[in-house]
Design a protein around this ligand. Structure first.
Ligand code: PLP
Length: 441
């Protein structure tokens, strides 16, 4: 391969760096093992990651020449696949102007146009946009908005959630799966209601009403992922619960924060998952697929009422400002990505993938140790009775030419929207094979 990892001399005279060298992969993996921390991993790592040299469409090209269909869309992000010509071009064109400038006291067209576009797409009265540099930070900003707009100090949320890895966000993640015990004393203690059911029944509604009645006085807001809970367990729940939360927030004068970082931009079959419930939040967090998987960018949107309360409150301003706030390259990628969604053809793509996954994953029901198989939009989940053997499951998927990254007791997929029927079938077979190999039943 002709591409090189660096210019040689810039790596302290390591002219030998580059894909061409025979032992390149070994050296890369040795340095990775020695120096690089990977997500949720020990140091040094117990298993070697797979080196990727390039990606295009829905395919990842590995250093050893293999190619894998990406069943993960790089953790929900790459909805248009890799090397999309329109997003590539938008980034190149922005690069000719500037990669970045600070956002304090300065502004630029990519940020302003993106904010206007997001407001137009967003549900309800969300008219103001605060750009953040990652989803976790967007959640921190949402929490701060509530704390600055409302007298209460705690938050109400539901079990099974995931909102990010920073301390504020972690405190509203599922207390067990979010490992609150590990960080005891460092996390704020919030109000948790049980995970919502697939069908809202009166008993659950009563439990929610009771929690609001008991805690509303001390609350600054209510934060949930609408309809689909992602990294907290890939749970799906009745949209009517989101409707009930809206009603209860209104009744008790509380702010409703919807974390659409995973669900936003079409993934569940609606542009935003709260549309399934026909309600709009006071504050909405978006991220992940916002840039089509190109660069890290997130945003927290709020209503004029929230902005007014903050601006006329004690601080007089929202007390946050990331260094890379509204990075122009990221905003340009986001604008190009939203442009690709604008014609609405993603709806048919997501519906097509939903049908493909539903038929492809059906075979998993027959496997021993499978507890549940569920599909919503372009999300497919096989839930096992116990912890997945990640290495065995991953290898089984790779043998089927597909990249999957199971966690806990879940083998799941959320492929790019451009995935063809043939590749969706391939992913379906890989998920079933991974569940069979990793289920260890
Ligand atoms: C991924 C995710 C986050 C955190 O986003 P990062 O960009 O990883 O910080 C927050 N909320 C939800 C629902 C997510 O899926």
């Amino acid at each position: 391969m002709a591409a090189r990892i660096g210019s040689g001399s810039s790596f302290g005279g390591r002219a030998s760096w580059g894909y061409g060298r025979a032992d390149w992969i070994d050296e890369l993996l040795a340095l990775d093992h020695e120096h690089v921390w990977h997500p949720y991993g020990p140091m040094p790592a117990l298993t070697a990651p797979l080196p990727v040299v390039s990606a295009d469409g829905v395919r990842l090209h590995l250093a050893d020449g293999r190619e894998l269909v990406d069943g993960m869309a790089s953790w929900w992000c790459a909805v248009h696949g890799y090397r999309n010509p329109a997003i590539d071009a938008a980034l190149r064109s922005q690069l000719e102007r500037m990669a970045h400038v600070m956002f304090g006291g300065l502004t630029h067209e990519p940020a302003v146009r993106l904010a206007a576009q997001l407001v137009q797409m967003a549900p309800g009265e969300l008219r103001h946009v605060f750009f953040a540099d990652s989803g976790s930070v967007a959640v921190e900003v949402a929490l701060k908005m509530c704390l600055q707009a409302r007298p209460g100090r705690r938050f109400l949320t539901i079990r099974g959630g995931y909102h990010g890895d920073t301390l504020g966000a972690m405190a509203i993640c599922d207390p067990v799966d979010g490992m609150h015990a590990l960080f005891r004393g460092a996390l704020a203690e919030h109000v948790f209601v049980d995970r919502p059911p697939r069908r809202l029944e009166p008993a659950y509604a009563a439990r929610l009403e009771d929690a609001f009645a008991r805690h509303a006085g001390g609350l600054a807001g209510v934060v949930v992922e609408p309809v689909v809970q992602g990294a907290g367990g890939m749970w799906f729940y009745d949209p009517a619960v989101v409707g009930l939360l809206r009603e209860l927030c209104d009744r008790h004068g509380l702010l409703l924060v919807l974390d659409e970082i995973a669900t936003g931009f079409g993934r569940t079959g609606a542009l935003f998952a709260c549309e399934h419930a026909g309600v709009a939040p006071d504050i909405m967090c978006i991220g992940k697929a916002l840039t089509g998987g190109y660069l890290t960018l997130a945003a927290t949107l709020c209503t004029p009422a929230v902005a007014h309360a903050i601006t006329n409150g004690e601080g007089g301003a929202l007390m946050h400002g990331p260094t890379y706030m509204a990075n122009p390259l990221a905003c340009a990628a986001a604008l190009a990505s939203l442009d690709l969604l604008a014609d609405g053809s993603w709806r048919e793509s997501v519906a097509r993938i939903e049908r493909g996954l539903a038929s492809g994953l059906h075979a998993a029901w027959k496997l021993p140790g499978v507890e549940d198989v569920r599909v919503l939009g372009a999300i497919g989940v096989v839930q096992l009775a116990r912890e997945v053997d990640v290495a065995a499951a991953t290898n089984a998927a790779i043998e089927h030419g597909v990249w999957l990254r199971p966690f806990r007791n879940l083998v799941y997929t959320m492929p790019p929207y451009i995935t063809t029927d043939q590749d969706v079938q391939k992913i379906g077979r890989a998920v079933v094979a991974a569940a069979a190999a990793g289920g260890g039943a």
